[in-house]
Design a protein around this ligand. Sequence first.
Ligand code: MG
Length: 358
Amino acid sequence: MSGDGDGLETDDGGESVTVAHGAGSGETRRFLEERVVPRFGANGDDDGEADAPAVGLGALDDGAVHEVGDRSLVVTTDSHVVSPLSFPGGDIGRLAVAGTVNDLAVMGATDPLALTCSLVVEEGTSVELLDSVLDSMQAACEEVGCRITAGDTKVMGSGEVDGVVVNTTGVGVVPQGGHVTDAGLSPGDKLVVSGPLGDHGITLLTAREGFDIVGDLESDVAPVGDLVAAALDAGEVTAMKDPTRGGFATAINEMVRKADVGATLDETAIPVREPVASAGELLGIDPLDVANEGKVVFGVAPDDAEAVVEALRATPSGQAAAIIGEVTDENRGRVVLDTGFGRRYLSEPEGRQLPRIC
Ligand code: MG
């Protein structure tokens, strides 16, 4: 796309989009910063625009925040293209609901108002499969306590789209100023994760490779509203993000870069389930580089970190919550991983290794 030479050429010699542009880390960010944000990125009080959102596209956060009267409307949207459509622990329907309500939750809107759903279906898809996807969406909505209140269905010809694409948009309401961005870290804050990392991405990739170890693996796809609500009740959360596409490594790098701080992490404190670690080794993929669909990374004021972890551990999906490091004034824009034997930078995964993960 840009001058970085990673685009493919089109027939007329122009650059074309590659899978890497949708992989969620460096190339996706460059694509957004060069093509999308300059057109639509008004944010906060930018340019003195009175109607600019409190958090807009330019923030590249999990959702937008619009002030309406004395409350704030949180909005987010996501298209789900996962392959295979059904996987250990979930399917595209559960993913499409959890993915969107989780982006609302990590903006502070833990009790979503409503979702919309846009389905794009390939001709020839079995109605039974479509029913099972819709059943999953219905069950996930019931779990969260929200409804789908608007939608759209399009059918494409055979081969024009692969199976089913599900887009969901979510809206939630918080008191004005009650939202939390992913950019609020300060030196001294503790970094907390809500549970073991890498489950979704490693499970998907293992299932695709057809290894029989998949029996020990399960996606973590689940709504995180309860986790976030517990953390917000227990202490001062300064920043949060769900480490989805691009994994924990991408999420934490984004958080330190936006806040212009550094971070030091204790690798031995980062929870990764044993089957996920072994499958990652077999695949040659770091569990910290792949999507999670039911986890949250928190920045927490230092005095509140223990209370937040305790509150997370009291929830069903937060039992392995842990303090994994802290925010520093040094190494700005960088994440330092202390392995116990030495130190290295934890950088974002680059390239095209993980298409269609969520
Ligand atoms: Mg997100």
